[in-house]
Design a protein around this ligand. Structure first.
Ligand SMILES: [Zn+2]
Length: 226
């Protein structure tokens, strides 16, 4: 393999491979503005400061190099009961202890633009903040990371690999912390765009075409020499 083949192969692997490990899937709606502005109803005490966990989960999604941003707009006393033109993170009844620890409900228009998204964290489940001992509690930050992923438009990933569990069906387990992995980040980058240049799928096709051309040229030259 000559130096150009090596260089192009390096570019393909380095610049494109991270964008081709597909597992992320979408619902078909997202915040066309790129911003999720939420209010927090703090009328709940899980035994630690839940707002720190909410902010940490939002910051982790905000750290992805995309045009998506989650913004804390402050406190509210609104409970999530229906459409009220305010995005609220609310600790209240969802399905009782042992069921799903969190859920999101959206309202969106015919173009798939989310108009409102309310999150309910089940106050009948028990939560953990990652410090101290844990006995059968959900890690609140992992639950919020997972539900934020749904909120901004990501559906469950069909990938059955322990490498990237956050957006899989049970992307939250008791006493286990999960974080955003590359596949989750790729999903958000595809939905919301990235400030960084990305070659993506067309780039991959171009790379393969160039590599194929170089290979055929090399093969032709070696046949000519025989
Ligand atoms: Zn889920």
């Amino acid at each position: 393999m000559n130096v150009w083949c090596r260089f192009i192969l390096f570019l393909c692997v380095f610049a494109i491979l991270p964008g081709t490990v597909y597992g992320f899937t979408y619902y078909g709606w997202w915040f066309h503005s790129g911003e999720y502005q939420y209010y927090v109803n703090i009328d709940y005490d899980p035994g630690f400061n839940e707002e720190i966990e909410i902010e940490a989960a939002a910051s982790e999604w905000n750290s992805v190099e995309s045009h998506l941003i989650l913004t804390n707009m402050g406190h509210t006393t609104t409970a999530v009961t229906g459409r009220d033109y305010e995005n609220v993170i609310y600790f209240g009844y969802l399905d009782g202890p042992g069921g799903s620890p969190g859920s999101v409900r959206w309202w969106y228009d015919g173009y798939g633009d989310i108009l409102e998204a309310d999150i309910v964290i089940d106050d009948e489940d028990t939560f953990w903040d990652g410090d101290g001992s844990c006995s059968g509690d959900f890690d609140l930050r992992s639950v919020l990371l997972h539900v934020f992923g749904h909120t901004v438009g990501l559906a469950h990933s069909p990938l059955e690999t322990p490498l990237c569990p956050l957006m899989q069906d049970l992307g939250y387990q008791t006493c286990t912390e999960y974080h955003i992995c590359q596949d989750d980040a790729n999903g958000v980058i595809v939905l919301y765009g990235s400030p960084l240049p990305s070659m993506g799928f067309p780039g991959m096709i171009l790379c393969l075409a160039i590599l194929g051309g170089l290979f055929l040229r090399k093969r032709k030259n070696s046949l000519n020499r025989q």
